[in-house]
Each structure stands twice: as structure tokens, then as C-alpha cells.
Design a protein. Structure first.
Lengths: 331, 446
């Protein structure tokens, strides 16, 4: 079929549109109008007030909102199922109750994180080592700069290790951060062995009695087995100096990433035992809902969120706040 | 690239298998699965809904030809629709002006700077251009260093003003510089910015009006989730960009963003990024990508890439040698180097129909040739051109020299002779015989 005949048939079809299509169109229009004036919970309350049961249409709406927050099909279904069960059990439910149930259901899926400062203090004999990993462009180096600032402000002595020896100017980027924050950095030249940089960094940190060591690594796609193996080598070499280093393997995730983040978390965990997450770029319109499924499936807590480009723009993750803002439209 | 989605769809189609015609009932479950698969692939919620509705409408009532199973018919409909959704043909970039100005924009970490390097490399090598890279990311630490290093790597000029914090001035000056220095393409790299960052969005619209680019490209990470739609929409409203660049497609993302963006902003996807290397840039072909999504492979891309990288003269020489039976290890080595030039082996293999899924969890890296190379390098020139002289003591010496053992050398010799046989068959037009041989699992394993 040629291009013009395609257009023609498309136009013809429009003319003979049947009633069900018209209803669909109206529904879409309504939906569109509704979106502009209401946030998620307002919309939800309107739907369920005075009902003892959430009907299919409501559930579809909830599903849509969960999915457009990148929560994913499986986790969304899980949330909806438990919500449905609650509603079935309790004969009457008002909108406020439903709101808090939904929030609590989601919060329950998020694993709690311990207090980072006390974790650092607990490691009194040797530095607390954080190794930062993730795919390309998620904001690892920026997160490290912000972390260094945070630790320095808490009174810790910080040493950074520039083990991203691959990407053009990655070492310069981290050096600028080190200078800006006022912490030490250990680096070699571009193309040198990242494991050796990590080893040198930890060795120098031990001799200088530093409290925190943060190792930057090159971004890598998690399906590249050789690059992933290199990462476990970087990790293992540090345990030769301090048996339980790195204490924290921090996986950085970009809030705008979709369902692929789950695969990222799985693959990085399998080679480096990721035990904490940072969610970056949350100052945009992306919701980062995918971390809910990750935290639930892999039992890894979200520890930090990135909300801007300045060095103060790193916050400790708060799940109540996160879930609240998850459903608020940012405009 | 899109293996995961193909897998899911394959599963969905299984439900239809063995049924004689497409009806409302047998298609409903499949459509639900397809919608779920598309959403899990990060296709925008609404796009996925509209898409499945469209496919369903086309599928129902369609007479199933005797030669086609309903699943196959549905695959065909899906493929046509997917290709249509992603745009109907590949789009070139506008290089008519002198100099042609290309403005590159996108979110933080989407891969703008790497793309700029790749584009410059592509234009220099494939289009005979003399590009100029312009460093306009004045915010991120070391961003200017990054593009400078890339420029050096690919021997392309980089225009930068270290002290200047104003991208509008820098880009305007860069065009003057390009005119003076006979650069015919100017690629302006900009800082990453969020669509809702008003001052930054104003800045880039100011850059746009100052330099009136011939082409504005919006760079998107292929792993982007549901937010792709919002971001693409806003950037399009502000910049009215001409095309989209989809990066990091060498990951295992299902790449739903590719399906959505085109339909939402009605702009073509012009390039895709497929590795961290400077040659890892491909022109986007919607039809091929649709085939790929449905697990039909992408043979055309493979052939094109092979043609581009393969040295024809070298190939002819080798052909002669095969004909004369003088194909030796040196030639084998050259062939390996030819293959390596073509790019990531796994990418190449993934383009062959049916292979993509099989090698999903296998890592084939260019390093896999290292062992072979070191063995060949440990041979004397005489041994390389006369493989039959390799006896026990020679093998031992080679093993010691290459850090391998005699078994490995025996294996290589075996593979080598099989390869020789296979190439002879190809020459004799015996492709079908070769296929049989491959099916018999006699493929050399590297």
C-alpha cells in the first residue's frame, strides 16, 4: 500500500467511526481535562467516595498512574492486588483510608536504610569504603562530589579515588569536585588499571587515617560481562587491605530510567553485592518509581536522592516523602 | 538489542498458535500480553494502548491465508504497525549549508558529548566533511575537557572558550571561526538540562535563535522510562527539533522509548548509539528495527556494516588464496582483524535472525580472539603460510610462546581447516552446503 493510499484509508476510517470509538474519545477527553486540574489523590478520592468496592475502571486508573510513574507492571499489579484485598475485607472505605492504605502498601515495599553517619563511625579502625557503580550517564561522579561534601560537613576526613580511567576527562571531573569540596583525591592517568587506583586510594587513606573513602568507577552497561568482571576485580582488590572493604557498594540509578533499572540492579548486585542505592535527577519530571520494585525484589535500601547539580543537592532518602511526592504532579 | 521484547511477544504469539483464524476471542489474550510486554518495555502507557487497539482492529476479520498461521499473520501486522509507528523511512541530516550548523540538546547523562564525537567522526569518515566541535557545556565540571579529549582522539578541531560562561557567545563565535577555517559542519554540544529548568531552557532557545541551526538533534537515553514522553514533548515545544538520537542501545534495554518518541513528537529518530567507541553510531532504520523487535533479525544492517568495513582488495586476495589452496594463518589473522573492525562481535551476531535470543546471556567480546591471535603470533612466518608443517615439537614451542597448551593449538588448527573448507564451499556457491555444515554444529567456536 502506498503512502497516499494509506493516508486515504486512514481518513476514510475516521469518517465511519463507530459509537464505541466516540465514547472512547469522550473518555479520553475527560481524562485529559481531569489530569490538568487534579493530582493523583484528588482524582482517587473523587472516584471512591461512597463506595464499598473499587470497580474495574477505578483500578485501571490506579494502574495507569502507577505505571506512568515507572513502577512497572509486576509491582503495580502487586500493589493493586493488596489494595483490592483490603477493600474487599472492609465493607466501607472512605477516600482518606484508601489513600493511606495505598501509601502504606507502597512504603512497605521500600526497605529501610541504616543511618550512614553511624555506619561510618562504627568503622573506627579503618576507613569506611564506598564504591560507586552504575551504567553510563546516571550521575556517579556528581553524586560522589555531593557525598564528599556531605561527609566533610559531618566532620569526616574523605579521600576520593578516581577509578574511572576510561571516560574522557572523568578524572578531571572528579578532581574539580575534590578541589571544590576540599578533599583529597588519588588518581592515575587515563587508561590505567582501575583496580590499582582503588588499591592506591585505600592504601593512602589508611596511612592518612581517613574516615571515608569513595571510589568512582567508569559507567558500564550491565550486559557487558567483561566490564562487569573488571568491577568485581576492583572490589576484591580492596578487601586485601581491609577485609570488609568496600563496606558500601552504592548503585546509582537515574530517575528517568524505566524498567531497565531492575536489570541494572540485578546485574550489578550479582558482581559487586550492591547494598545501597542512590536515585539521581529527581528534580525533573521523572518519578523514579522503578526503585520500589528494586527495593522490594532485591531488598536493597535507597539511601540517597539527587535533586540538583549543586553540591548541597543530595538528600537522605525518606520513604514517606518519596511516596507522597511520587503522586504529586510537578508542573 | 530488543531481545527481551521479542521474547515476550514470542510468548504472546504462542497462545495463538494452532488456531485457524483470528477472532475477537483468540486475539484478546494475546493483545493483553502484547500491551503488557510493550509497557514493560517502557513504551508509554497511552501509546501502548493505542497501538494494541490498532493492531487488534486490523487483525480481526483478517482472513488467514492457508500458508500463514494466525501468529505469523499477527506478527506481520504488528511489524507493519511498529514500523509505521516509528516512522516510515530513515531520515538523513541536513548538510546543505556551508557551514551546516547542528545543535545537540538533551537531558544530563543522555550521551550528548559522546554522540557529538561520534557524529563528527561519522561525517569526517563517511561524508568527507571537515567538522568543528563546539564546547558549549560551561556548567558541568570537565565537560570541555571531555569534548577536547574526544576531538583529539578522532582528529577533529574543537572550538572552546575556557573563560567564557555564555553559550550564546561561544556558539556564535564558533560559527565565525568555522567560516574562517573552512569547516563545513559545526556541531554544537550543549549542557544537559531538565525540561522544567526554565532558565536553562531559555538559554538553549537563545542559542538556537543566535545561530539558527540547520539541524537540531535531541539526544535520548534508550533506557528512559515513561518520562521520555514529557521530556521529548517539552524539548520539542521549545526547540522544534528535527530529529532524535537514541543512545546506549548496546545495553539490554527493551527500548520502548524508540516506539514512543516518534509517535508523540512526530519527529524521526535519525541516529542510534551502539557502543562507547567512536565508530558506534548507526543510522536509524525504522523498518529494520521493527523486524528486530519481532525477532526477525537485521540482516541488512549486518551486510551494510560488513561492506563498509571490509577491505575489498584484501578480500579478493584472500579469495584467490582460497582458490589456490594457499590460505594460511597470516590470512586468518587478517580476517580476524577485518571482523574486529566491524565492531562488537555480539552486536554483529545479534543481527542474524534467531541468533539474538540464543546469545542473550553469552558475552562475546573482541577479546575472544586474543588467544587465537597470540597463538598465530607465536608461529614463524614459514609455519603461518604452511600450516601442514606443524608437528609435535613445533606445537610445543608455539604453546610455550603463546602461553597456551598443545590442545588449544590442535583445536585452532582444526577450526582453521574447517574454516578453509567452509570458505571453499562459499566460493563454489555452495552456500546451502555451508548452512548444512553449520547446522551440523561444526561451526568453529572462538
Amino acid at each position: 500500500m502506498g503512502f497516499f493510499s494509506k493516508i486515504k484509508s486512514f481518513l476514510n476510517k475516521k469518517e465511519e467511526e463507530n459509537p464505541s470509538e466516540k465514547i472512547e474519545k469522550q473518555r479520553k477527553l475527560d481524562e485529559g481535562l481531569e489530569k490538568t486540574k487534579s493530582s493523583f489523590f484528588e482524582k482517587l478520592s473523587k472516584k471512591v467516595v461512597g463506595k464499598s468496592k473499587i470497580d474495574d475502571a477505578d483500578l485501571d486508573d490506579i494502574e495507569e498512574i502507577l505505571i506512568t510513574s515507572d513502577i512497572g507492571v509486576d509491582t503495580s499489579l502487586k500493589i493493586i492486588e493488596s489494595l483490592e484485598k483490603r477493600v474487599e475485607k472492609e465493607k466501607y472505605i472512605n477516600s482518606e483510608e484508601l489513600n493511606s492504605i495505598l501509601k502504606r502498601e507502597i512504603e512497605q515495599l521500600l526497605v529501610n536504610s541504616s543511618d550512614i553517619d553511624s555506619d561510618v563511625k562504627q568503622e573506627s579502625d579503618s576507613p569506611y569504603v564506598i564504591m560507586v557503580v552504575g551504567v553510563n550517564g546516571v550521575g556517579k561522579t556528581t553524586t560522589i562530589g555531593k557525598l564528599a561534601y556531605k561527609f566533610k560537613k559531618s566532620g569526616f576526613k574523605v579521600v576520593l579515588g578516581a577509578a574511572d580511567t576510561f571516560r574522557a576527562a572523568a578524572i578531571d571531573q572528579l578532581s574539580i569536585w575534590a578541589e571544590r569540596v576540599g578533599v583529597e583525591i588519588v588518581k592515575q592517568t587515563m587508561g590505567s588499571d582501575p583496580a590499582s587506583v582503588a588499591y592506591d586510594t585505600l592504601q593512602s587513606a589508611i596511612s592518612k587515617n581517613a574516615d571515608v573513602v569513595i571510589i568512582d568507577t567508569a559507567g558500564r552497561l550491565h550486559n557487558k560481562v567483561n566490564l562487569m568482571n573488571e568491577l568485581s576485580k576492583v572490589k576484591n582488590v580492596m578487601s586485601k587491605l581491609t577485609s570488609n572493604a568496600p563496606h558500601e557498594v552504592l548503585l546509582v540509578l537515574d530517575a528517568s530510567t524505566g524498567q531497565n533499572a531492575i536489570e541494572q540492579a540485578k546485574q550489578f548486585s550479582s558482581v559487586t553485592d550492591v547494598n545501597s542505592l542512590a536515585l539521581t535527577k529527581l528534580d525533573g519530571t521523572a518519578k523514579g518509581g522503578v526503585v520500589i520494585g528494586i527495593s522490594d525484589q532485591l531488598k536493597i535500601p535507597v539511601r540517597y536522592i539527587g535533586v540538583g547539580e549543586a553540591m548541597e543537592d543530595l538528600q537522605i532518602f525518606n520513604k514517606e516523602e518519596f511516596v507522597d511526592t511520587l503522586f504529586n504532579n510537578k508542573k | 538489542m530488543f531481545e527481551n521484547l521479542s521474547e515476550k511477544l514470542e510468548k504472546a504469539f504462542k497462545v495463538l498458535k494452532g488456531q485457524g483464524s483470528i477472532s475477537e476471542i483468540n486475539v484478546a489474550q494475546t493483545m493483553k500480553e502484547i500491551r503488557k510486554a510493550l509497557i514493560s518495555a517502557d513504551v508509554d502507557f497511552k501509546t501502548a494502548k493505542e497501538f494494541t487497539a490498532k493492531v487488534k482492529e486490523k487483525a480481526i476479520g483478517e482472513k488467514v491465508l492457508t500458508t500463514l498461521k494466525p501468529g505469523e499473520l499477527l506478527t506481520k501486522i504488528m511489524k507493519d504497525e511498529l514500523a509505521e509507528l516509528m516512522g516510515s523511512s530513515s531520515a538523513e541530516i541536513n548538510l546543505l549549508s556551508k557551514p551546516s550548523v547542528i545543535l545537540v540538546a538533551g537531558l544530563q547523562g543522555s550521551g550528548k558529548t559522546t554522540f557529538c564525537g561520534k557524529l563528527a567522526y561519522f561525517l569526517k569518515n563517511n561524508k568527507n566533511k571537515n567538522p568543528l566541535l563546539v564546547a558549549c557545556d560551561v556548567y558541568r565540571p570537565a565537560a570541555i575537557d571531555q569534548i577536547s579529549v574526544l576531538g583529539e582522539q578522532i582528529s577533529v578541531d574543537v572550538y572552546k572558550e575556557i573563560e567564557n560562561q555564555n553559550p550564546v557567545d561561544i556558539s556564535t563565535n564558533a560559527i565565525g571561526y568555522a567560516k574562517k577555517n573552512k569547516h563545513d559542519v559545526v556541531i554544537v554540544d550543549t549542557a544537559g538540562r531538565l525540561a522544567i529548568d526554565e532558565p536553562m531552557m531559555t538559554e538553549i532557545t537563545n542559542v538556537k535563535s543566535a545561530i539558527s541551526p540547520n539541524e537540531i538533534l535531541f539526544v535520548v537515553d534508550s533506557m528512559t522510562g515513561q518520562d521520555a514522553v514529557n521530556t521529548a514533548k517539552t524539548f520539542n515545544e521549545r526547540l522544534d527539533f528535527d530529529g532524535v538520537v537514541l543512545t546506549k542501545l548496546d545495553g539490554d534495554t527493551r527500548g520502548g522509548a524508540a516506539l514512543t518518541i516518534r509517535s508523540v513528537v512526530d519527529k524521526p529518530i535519525k541516529f542510534i548509539g551502539t557502543s562507547e567507541k567512536m565508530e558506534g553510531l548507526d543510522v536509524f532504520h525504522p523498518d529494520r528495527m521493527a523486524s528486530r523487535i519481532l525477532g526477525m533479525g537485521d540482516v541488512i544492517s549486518l551486510v551494510e556494516r560488513a561492506q563498509q568495513q571490509f577491505d575489498e582488495q584484501e578480500a579478493r586476495k584472500i579469495q584467490k588464496k582460497i582458490a589456490k589452496n594457499t590460505f594460511g594463518f597470516d590470512d586468518f589473522l587478517k580476517q580476524i582483524q577485518q571482523i574486529k573492525k566491524m565492531g562488537n562481535i555480539k552486536d554483529l551476531a545479534g543481527m542474524i535472525p534467531g541468533v539474538g535470543k540464543a546469545i542473550k546471556d553469552v558475552d562475546i567480546d573482541n577479546d575472544s580472539f586474543k588467544g587465537i591471535e597470540s597463538i598465530i603470533y607465536s608461529m614463524t612466518p614459514y609455519e603461518r603460510s604452511n600450516p601442514h608443517v606443524l608437528n609435535g615439537s613445533r606445537k610445543k614451542r608455539i604453546a610455550a610462546g603463546s602461553g597456551t597448551n598443545v590442545q588449544e593449538i590442535n583445536q585452532l588448527i582444526k577450526q582453521f581447516s574447517q574454516m578453509g573448507k567452509m570458505m571453499k564451499m562459499m566460493q563454489g556457491g555452495g552456500a546451502s552446503r555451508m548452512m548444512q555444515m553449520m547446522k551440523g554444529n561444526n561451526m568453529p567456536k572462538f
